[in-house]
Ligand binder design. Structure first.
Ligand SMILES: C[S@@+](CC[C@H](N)C(=O)[O-])C[C@H]1O[C@@H](n2cnc3c(N)ncnc32)[C@H](O)[C@@H]1O
Length: 301
């Protein structure tokens, strides 16, 4: 990935991939997530999933980064958050964006070039093991990424480590109603087709509520903790747009567990059910999103 324009950010003179490889060898959950994003990267930036950039714009308003500040975007994906933050902080500021999926980062690089931004550095890095100096960034953000990490409290502590005292950390996650009722039908039908789902909450459900968001931030040592919900949904045209949402998000990983010879039948049945949910405006895509933030107290290191 692109070399940093800012040498001072690193704990080592230059970033090497060895720590990432070691972390990945240890953790099969992470490898699975990495494989999922390798396969969805080509379909990620599509019109049906425009809630990603919509959410990123809201996150800029929520955080209000100062011009000239240093921002870390964790789990940047294709750069949906890095781009509007880079625009908001201006040429004297810098966004450092990390992800562990090279497929997503390649897209991010193209998106950043398309927007003619030269204040963004991309790095292939594990969100749970940052190779950055302590107390460096004015702002740390992560949109729709925290719930993919096996150790959410540990990851937050790591993000707080690299945040300056007085700096703000903010993350977003999906509310339970997001993608409903289509997602419930999708999951129930997959189970009826014999797909075994993980025991207990998985994916976005690992963050249960606004209260849980606040708890995670408090436990990471932050103060002035806040969390609120915002609806950033919109109407899709039809069931084919919904299938674009499935294909361009991690929901697709569940479908990929079906045997190849059963996929067509499943898709046809599920999309017939989805088509029946349309109203005169099309198909409502609920994207109720939680925005949570906290400040690193002046005394912490
Ligand atoms: C749903 S995408 C969100 C991307 C972006 N923040 C956005 O809002 O569009 C989740 C991203 O988290 C990344 N990710 C998941 N686990 C990670 C980890 N352990 N380290 C780094 N990135 C990770 C994935 O590769 C993927 O790009």
């Amino acid at each position: 990935m692109t070399a940093s324009g800012e040498e001072g950010v690193f704990t080592m003179p230059s970033y090497e991939n060895e720590p990432l490889r070691l972390a990945m060898q240890e953790n099969t959950d992470k490898k699975q997530v990495q494989q999922i994003f390798a396969s969805i990267a080509p379909a990620y930036d599509c019109p049906a999933t425009r809630f990603f950039p919509f959410c990123a714009d809201r996150l800029v308003n929520y955080v209000r980064p100062k011009p000239g500040s240093k921002v870390l975007d964790v789990a940047t994906g294709t750069g949906a958050v890095a781009v509007p933050f880079a625009q908001a902080i201006g040429a004297s500021g810098r966004v450092t964006a990390v992800d562990f999926s090279t497929g997503m980062l390649d897209r991010a690089e193209a998106n950043i070039r398309k927007m003619a931004l030269d204040n963004v550095d991309l790095h292939e890095m594990d969100a749970e093991r940052l190779d950055f100096r302590s107390n460096y960034f004015h702002t740390v953000v992560c949109s729709y990424g925290l719930f993919f990490l096996p150790d959410m409290p540990g990851a937050l502590r790591e993000w707080v480590r690299v945040l300056r005292p007085g700096g703000k950390l903010a993350f977003t996650s999906f509310e339970e109603t997001a993608f409903q009722p289509m997602l419930d039908d999708f999951v129930a039908r997959l189970q009826a087709y014999g797909v075994k789902l993980p025991d207990g909450p998985f994916g976005p459900r690992r963050i249960a509520s606004l209260e849980h968001c606040r708890e995670l931030l408090h436990d990471a040592g932050l103060v002035e903790v806040a969390a609120e919900c915002e609806q950033i949904g919109y109407h899709l045209s039809d069931e084919n747009d919904w299938w674009e949402v499935v294909s361009g998000t991690a929901i697709r990983a569940l479908f990929d567990q079906l045997a190849d010879d059963r996929k067509d039948a499943f898709r046809t049945e599920h999309l017939a059910w989805v088509a029946a949910q349309k109203t005169g405006n099309g198909l409502w895509l609920d994207v109720q999103t939680r925005f949570a933030s906290g400040i690193k107290p002046a005394a912490s290191s």
